[in-house]
Design a protein around this ligand. Structure first.
Ligand SMILES: Nc1nc2c(c(=O)[nH]1)N[C@H]1C(S)=C(S)[C@@H](COP(=O)(O)OP(=O)(O)OC[C@H]3O[C@@H](n4cnc5c(=O)[nH]c(N)nc54)[C@H](O)[C@@H]3O)O[C@H]1N2
Ligand SMILES: Nc1nc2c(c(=O)[nH]1)N[C@H]1C(S)=C(S)[C@@H](COP(=O)(O)OP(=O)(O)OC[C@H]3O[C@@H](n4cnc5c(=O)[nH]c(N)nc54)[C@H](O)[C@@H]3O)O[C@H]1N2
Ligand SMILES: [Mo]
Length: 808
């Protein structure tokens, strides 16, 4: 989230689109209720289904899955042509005036630099700002230059008129018009809309660009950095935010530092590339501190073995031979027989990944599979024949499966990072049962045994293992406190910090501004620096007072970065440093320094007159409509159809087949044959969760199993009638990849949509059932989903695929 849960209460308008927060985030949803009750906020819900969130909305409109960019692109066009934008904000705080290089172009649905054979934009050199001889980006404050971002954006979205957008989305024109008008009222300075989204936006082959298009709308309205505004990802598992923060994605390091690729063997080259110089005069470009964060990380990991002489142990870091080992890639390699063993920790891939049969075949090629989980999951049982639900020939599967029972989060102390970036400490509720061990214990023992083997037998390159620092009191079970303190960071020696304060060796650091690149500081994750200081564990704080009435709650737990609750909050004040609206004050210039109800996201002592731009994480200091070269399918979001499209063409450029679906999506050669077409599979399906279950594990709990005992699918009344299906009938839902059978729920909540002059029916498929646990056995929903993903995040397209439905 750019903002925080509690801040939703400050919104004037709440747009829930691409999520169903009343069901998937029922506790956090109370802040929407709060905004409605105390701020007279309006709630708009856009979802293929009339959800429980929709049931408490002021306005609901249906949408065809996978078409949200058409809606947002149309909205951008509407805001620009009707001139419903926050002018001062847009002009000063965004890149509208920046001149784009002549090499950038867009034609027939494809951006410049595309390599059709490789299905990738191999030449992104045109996707950038034009630089002057001084090295700074060129700007045209009059916004007249035909190559400035404002003009290019206007041109790009001029194609998205309301009739076309309505035809793509299947949303009636009057509904679309009404929602756009209501959203446009938030262009008034001080009036804010918050956007709450989750998987309804991410799980598409074009998911990351859907979210960008929403961010662009928020920038046009001046709603980023504002109380009650922002673009808010409501995250999934209790600590999934912590997972990305700590760098558990295959190409990242803690704190959004990045792993080097194979070509980056040279340490200085690696650092220089990541410390981008400012692109405007007088600008602060915060990533210029990259080296300090990186060296401190290496000191935390390798201690005295990371030295100036060995480039802070740079050679010990793996260099990626393939840019992304995301799960699709790993399972594709596994399917090719190129993976011997797989460690599966708190993850149930056969249930969670797309195309269950493909995942199954891949697991069967492994020599060994280790499952670390409190429960017996479908993955640990993948080799077992369970009637029609897992119809395998067990005798043919040679994979050795080893189960290591773990405790559960409630059976240990530790911290969880929620969607608001709050690190909240939690305390153990009970001991784990039986032989269960904590994940820390299991991983530590594994490490110690590996190290022993390397010590005894050597090996190709034992240093990265042998030289790792392991200073814990009980080596085979480091305590959560020890780990949390190391992640925060400490002084490795006495030193003087940037403010001139003398810091004692071994003391806990107070803030990441103290980190140095000379080895005198260690920090396992720079953005967490401040969470466990000399005054103690900040994550354990539970002071919910709200002295300013701004719902910021600075004393509750600890938020990264620097206990800041709202990112980019400098943009909540005008150029002179005065809040756009006194009722929405977050930070302001008091004549000497920036201060406020939140921790300013800016350099504290830089006066407004200095002209430094507010978005200090970008080298140009402004927010980007034009994504430069950061996205893999183009600088502006463009609507592409789901890979399995019910209409077969992209109405924006029907003549170019290459641009029907995302030309830069993650798709392997072997997958094309497994995709279905509308002639055979006419209905657009989407999958989702129910409040009563948590993915695939709550079915092991009796009460949840009682609450939702049996697998079902949702079918609209019109389609059900056409197909002769009555409520309670059993139906078979099939895709090109397989089928599931379930009870039919016939509902008014899903209605037929008019799309591109034809009727499109949608089918809703909850994902919670499987062949373990206490509910009735069911089929894995992911039997149906195609094995492909987004072009940037590689997230599977679980929210848009084609199926057929028959009564059994
Ligand atoms: N009770 C419960 N809560 C959970 C979970 C759980 O399993 N159970 N899981 C947690 C996890 S890990 C996550 S990631 C979150 C997910 O949170 P959400 O994303 O809110 O949950 P979903 O039910 O997957 O999907 C949300 C909605 O997106 C809609 N949708 C589908 N396609 C589209 C589309 O193209 N456009 C739009 N606008 N909407 C679309 C679906 O109809 C559905 O109503 O929930 C978390 N919370
Ligand atoms: N079709 C379709 N597929 C989807 C989705 C969808 O919407 N549609 N949603 C996707 C999303 S967003 C997600 S997050 C995934 C969820 O996919 P998974 O994360 O694979 O699903 P979970 O059932 O939450 O599995 C987590 C496992 O962790 C175990 N566990 C709990 N606590 C601990 C612990 O402390 N240590 C260890 N080692 N294990 C523990 C649980 O017992 C459980 O088996 O599914 C994805 N798949
Ligand atoms: Mo998730």
């Amino acid at each position: 989230m750019t903002n925080t849960w509690t801040d939703i209460a400050n919104a004037n308008l709440v747009l829930v689109m691409g999520g169903n927060s009343a069901e998937a985030h029922p506790c956090g949803f109370k802040w929407v209720t709060e905004a409605k009750a105390h701020n007279r906020a309006r709630l708009i819900v856009v979802d293929p289904r009339f959800t429980r969130t929709a049931s408490v909305a002021d306005y609901y409109a249906p949408i065809r899955t996978g078409t949200d960019i058409a809606f947002m692109g149309g909205l951008i066009n509407y805001l620009l042509t009707e001139d419903k934008i926050q002018h001062e904000y847009v002009r000063n705080y965004t890149d509208v005036s920046f001149i784009v290089k002549a090499g950038y172009g867009f034609e027939d649905g494809i951006f410049s630099g595309y390599d059709a054979a490789k299905r990738t934009y191999s030449d992104k050199s045109g996707w950038g700002y034009e630089l002057g001889e001084d090295g700074f980006a060129k700007v045209d404050p009059t916004l007249q230059d035909p190559r400035c971002v404002y003009q290019l954006m206007k041109q790009h979205y001029s194609r998205y008129n309301i009739d076309l957008a309505s035809q793509i989305c299947g949303m009636p024109v009057d509904a679309m018009q009404k929602i756009w008008e209501e959203i446009a009222t938030c262009s008034q300075p001080g009036k804010t809309m918050t956007i709450l989204y989750a998987l309804g936006w991410t799980q598409h082959s074009i998911g990351a660009q859907i979210i960008r298009s929403a961010a662009m709308v928020q920038l046009l309205l001046g709603n980023v950095g504002m109380p009650g505004g922002g673009v808010n990802a409501l995250r999934g598992h209790s600590n999934i935010q912590g997972l990305t923060d700590l760098g558990l994605l295959s190409n990242s390091l803690p704190g959004y530092l990045t792993l080097p690729v194979d070509a980056e063997q040279d340490y200085n080259g690696y650092i220089t590339k990541r410390t981008q110089k400012p692109l405007r005069p007088g600008q602060l470009s915060y990533w210029q501190n990259y080296g300090k964060f990186h060296v401190s990380l290496m000191k935390a990991w390798y201690g005295a073995n990371a030295t100036l002489e060995n480039n802070w142990a740079y050679d010990y870091l793996p260099k990626l031979d393939i840019p992304n080992y995301d799960i699709l890639k790993v399972f594709d390699l596994m399917g090719q027989g190129k993976v011997n063993g797989y460690m599966c920790q708190g993850f149930n891939p056969i249930a969670a990944l797309p195309d269950k049969n493909r995942v199954m075949a891949a697991l069967a090629k492994l020599k060994w599979l280790v499952v670390m989980d409190p429960l017996g999951t479908e993955t640990s049982e993948f080799w077992r024949n369970v009637g029609p639900y897992n119809d395998v020939k067990s005798a043919d599967i040679q994979t050795e499966v080893i189960r290591l029972p773990t405790t559960c989060f409630a059976e240990e102390d530790g911290s969880l990072v929620n969607s608001s970036r709050w690190l909240q400490w939690h305390w153990k509720g009970a001991d784990g049962p039986g032989e269960a061990q904590t994940d820390i214990r299991i991983m530590s023992e594994l490490f110690l045994r590996l190290r022993q083997r390397y010590q005894a037998e050597g090996g190709k390159y034992p240093d990265p293992i042998l030289k790792l620092s392991w200073p814990y009191k009980i080596p085979d079970e480091p305590s959560p406190e020890e780990l949390a303190k190391e992640i925060n960071g400490y002084a490795t020696t006495d030193f003087t910090d940037a403010t001139g304060a003398a810091i004692k060796g071994n003391s806990q650091l107070a803030a990441f501004a103290q980190l140095k690149d000379d080895g005198s500081t260690a920090s396992g994750c720079w953005i967490f620096c401040g969470s466990w200081t000399e005054t103690g564990n900040q994550m354990a704080r539970r002071d919910n007072s709200d002295p300013y009435g701004m719902h910021q709650h600075q004393g509750w737990a600890w938020a990264w970065p620097a206990n800041r609750r709202i990112l980019y909050n400098r943009a909540s004040a005008d150029l002179q440093g005065k809040p756009w609206d006194p009722k929405k004050r977050l930070v302001w210039w008091n004549g000497k320094a920036w201060t406020g109800t939140d921790v300013p996201d800016y350099k504290a002592d830089v006066a407004p007159e200095a002209g430094m731009n507010p978005f200090i994480m970008n080298p140009e200091g402004v927010a980007r409509f034009f994504a430069v070269d950061k996205m893999n399918e183009g600088p502006f979001p463009e609507h592409y159809e789901p890979f399995e499209t019910p209409i077969g063409i992209n109405p924006l450029h029907p003549q170019n087949k290459k641009a029907t679906s995302n030309p830069a999506a993650r798709i392997f050669d072997s997958v094309w044959d497994s995709l279905g077409v509308a002639k055979d599979y006419p209905y657009a399906a989407t999958s989702y969760r129910l409040t009563e279950h948590f993915h695939f594990w709550s079915k092991h709990c009796k009460l949840n199993a009682i609450a939702q005992p049996e697998q079902f699918v949702e079918i609209g009344e019109v389609l059900a009638k056409e197909k002769g299906i009555a409520a309670g009938d059993r139906v078979r839902v099939s895709s090109k990849r397989g089928f599931i059978e379930a009870v039919a729920v016939v509902t008014k909540r899903i209605r037929p949509l008019q799309v591109n002059n034809q009727v499109v029916h949608q089918i809703g498929i909850p994902l919670h059932w499987g062949f373990t646990g206490l509910t009735r056995h069911g089929y894995l929903t992911n039997t149906l989903v195609p094995f492909l993903g987004d072009g940037n995040t590689q997230t599977p397209e679980s929210k848009s695929f084609l199926v057929n439905v028959e009564k059994i």
